[in-house]
Design a protein around this ligand. Structure first.
Ligand SMILES: Cc1cc2nc3c(=O)[nH]c(=O)nc-3n(C[C@H](O)[C@H](O)[C@H](O)COP(=O)(O)OP(=O)(O)OC[C@H]3O[C@@H](n4cnc5c(N)ncnc54)[C@H](O)[C@@H]3O)c2cc1C
Length: 507
């Protein structure tokens, strides 16, 4: 396919979520000529936009920092990347200062820097990511020279020697080439591989699959967090977990409070709760014991739903929510490929086997600027390379609709490789994935973007299954019904690199 040359940049950031925007701003502040390329609208896409905007920055007090770390390691079942965790903690206050510097008008529930760190949880009010992401986009437009390319899907990274030199991008079925001295991937996770997901449909793991094709290692791909707090009917609504401290309960179709025997009831770790919900036939949120003034203050939307649909049960379904796996990075967000950086949910390792609430947005605020700064510094020492770009794996454009392939993949991943897995179900999923891969290989899509997404999703799904099969235990968000217990022989990370067998890094 013909590839048009589009522009030359010091730094190209791929992804218009919070990680990408933080990275782009910091690159630009360090003097780089920056472009942001985003599959959907920058500041209006990715998990960032649908998030609850809850951040949980590490406090500066050392003893409180150790509590912060302990909690993260317990949730991650002790396989978190300790170096990345150190950065998340040590740079917490810098990132708050940074946020307030370029977003002084932001309203956080805690007023001052000290208070934000001390109270250890800060959210933008109202609790909707879009208020935060739109403000940051506005800042980019008003106060920087960053070029934004919305509706552009990154397809392949181009390299010369052991360094990046540009990026092939799809837009309206046409390919374009962006020359870049540094590239920052901030394309989010892969939870959209599952039929039931709380993420947006752009979370197809593209960045992770692109890194894989460049020979970079991925880690922890078997770990996906399932979110147990979503009402799906009569209207979609994410439950604020604090409701469960104020009288809300989950009941099954027999009107039983199935979490009654668990010490933390409905506030058990997300993976425990998601699994218990998955085991029931149907689950409903019951608010009979929640006070109306509390609901009015914290969850007015739920009252509105009840008013609009009087007597309708609030049905709950767990959703694939966050990917713990992804690209392995160094603590400065670099990789083994010169000029190639990654930040945010596209990376793997920080959260180990499961993530705590508020730690993901903090990750974007901490690692986004680090990637941005280092990518800009790297670009200063490089010259723009001249190459002839190409991506041999891409198909001819034709008449085929690729959506059914994606749908089948998402169905099988949900049924057989999701909240509860076993050798039997994983092998069944593996067979379907091979069939779908061969179907995709023979297809000529009428929409190239769909084909690229399906290609990436299928390749990642195969790796997720391989590492799920090898992890013969249950740990964090990964649950095997044939190995229901945690086993210290698996205290470590499965690392996958194209062309090699899955490696196990024991800790
Ligand atoms: C419903 C929900 C609520 C959440 N609430 C919270 C919360 O309150 N606190 C918390 O800590 N975490 C929360 N999370 C998790 C958190 O929102 C995410 O981990 C975080 O926003 C990820 O940010 P990101 O910038 O790395 O990726 P994203 O925000 O997912 O952005 C990815 C970007 O990359 C683009 N992209 C993808 N592929 C390509 C491609 N091939 N080419 C170009 N662009 C591409 C996308 O369009 C998007 O712009 C929540 C998640 C969900 C789903």
């Amino acid at each position: 396919m013909l590839i048009n040359q589009t522009g030359q940049y010091d730094v190209v950031v791929v992804g218009g979520g919070l990680s990408g925007m933080h990275a782009a701003i910091e690159s630009s502040r360090n003097g780089a000529k920056v472009a942001v390329i985003s599959k959907k609208k920058t500041g209006k896409s990715g998990s960032s936009v649908v998030s609850k905007s809850i951040h949980r920055f590490a406090p500066t007090d050392l003893s409180m920092q150790s509590v912060y770390l302990k909690k993260a390691l317990e949730a991650g079942r002790f396989i978190n990347d300790r170096e990345l965790m150190k950065v998340l903690i040590n740079k917490g206050s810098d990132s708050v200062e940074n946020l307030l510097l370029y977003l002084p008008s932001l309203y956080f529930n805690s007023k001052s820097l000290d208070e934000m760190l001390y109270s250890n949880i800060s959210y933008h009010n109202p609790k909707k990511g879009v208020f935060l992401t739109s403000k940051i986009r506005e800042y980019i437009e008003k106060h920087t020279c960053i070029s934004i390319f919305d509706g552009f899907t990154a397809v392949e990274i181009m390299t010369k020697g052991n360094s990046v030199c540009g990026l092939i991008v799809e837009n309206n079925n046409e390919l374009q080439y962006f020359s870049a001295k540094s590239i920052i991937l901030a394309t989010g996770g892969y939870a959209y591989i599952y039929k039931e997901t709380s993420t947006t449909n752009d979370e197809t793991g593209d960045g992770i699959a692109m890194a894989l094709r460049k020979g970079l290692p991925l880690s922890d791909m078997e770990f996906v967090q399932f979110y147990p707090y979503r009402v799906v009917s009569p209207a979609i609504h994410d439950i604020f977990p604090n409701l469960f401290s104020e009288g809300a309960v989950f009941l099954n179709e027999k009107n039983e409070r199935f979490m009654d025997d668990f010490p933390n009831k409905e506030l058990e770790n997300r993976d425990v709760l998601a699994r218990e919900i998955f085991k029931q036939k149907e689950v409903f949120l019951n608010l009979d014991n929640c006070s109306v003034p509390y609901l009015l203050k914290e969850s007015p939307e739920l009252l509105k739903i009840q008013e609009k649909y009087p007597g309708a049960p609030l049905k709950v379904v767990p959703k694939a929510h966050f990917s713990m796996g992804g690209i392995r990075i160094q603590s400065d967000c670099s990789t083994d490929l010169g000029g190639f950086f990654a930040c945010g949910e596209v990376t793997g390792g920080l959260h180990g086997a499961n993530r705590l609430a508020g730690y993901a947005l903090t990750e974007t605020a901490v690692f986004g600027p680090i990637a941005g700064r280092n990518a800009a510094l790297y670009a200063q020492s490089k010259k723009q390379e001249d190459i002839t770009p190409g991506a041999a794996f891409l198909p001819q454009i034709g008449q085929d609709d690729i959506k059914p392939i994606k749908r089948q993949l998402r169905d099988v991943m949900w049924e057989k490789a999701g909240i509860v897995k076993s050798k039997k179900t994983l092998l069944e999923a593996q067979t379907t994935i091979s069939e779908l891969k061969s179907l995709l290989g023979k297809s000529q899509p009428y929409k190239l973007k769909d084909w690229v997404e399906a290609y990436n999703m299928l390749n990642l799904a195969a790796i997720m299954i391989e590492s799920s099969l090898l992890r013969k235990e249950s740990r964090g968000a990964h649950f095997r019904s044939d190995y229901p217990d945690e086993n210290d022989a698996f205290l470590g990370n499965f690392i996958y690199q194209q062309g090699s067998d899955m490696d196990f890094n024991k800790l």
